[in-house]
Design a protein around this ligand. Structure first.
Ligand code: SF4
Length: 110
């Protein structure tokens, strides 16, 4: 192999390697999004949910600790969007309702 051929072959290798790395970064980020959306819904009858007074609709709770306007979307343990469902650090592997609430509600830091 001539020196020019050797340099050309290295260039091609580096191009392929860079493309593969970019693809791996994209692929690596996809399953995380998919998992967050696919988490099974937390049931109000789940023992931990019951213990923490979790409700799917914050406006329907009769718990005296609930303050008007508090729901999962403004709780620091929630990492989902403003609607639908999302993960809560207190219920790993499950999704909570964005409009849900439980006694562990802690306002998000501004
Ligand atoms: S800890 Fe916060 S995000 Fe989790 S269920 Fe309770 S209120 Fe919702």
């Amino acid at each position: 192999m001539s020196k020019e051929q050797d340099i050309e072959s290295r260039r091609r290798f580096l191009k392929v390697a860079a493309g593969t790395t970019a693809a791996a970064v994209v692929m690596g980020s996809l399953p995380r999004f998919a998992r967050a959306a696919d988490l099974p819904a937390l049931s109000e009858s789940d023992p931990t949910a019951k213990a923490l007074g979790y409700v799917e609709d914050a406006t329907k709770t009769a718990n005296a600790k609930h303050k008007a306007g508090d729901d999962c979307t403004n709780c620091q343990f929630y990492s989902g969007g403003p609607t639908g469902r999302g993960p809560c650090q207190l219920f790993p592997g499950k999704s909570v309702n964005a409009k849900g609430w439980c006694v562990s509600h802690t306002p998000k830091k501004a």
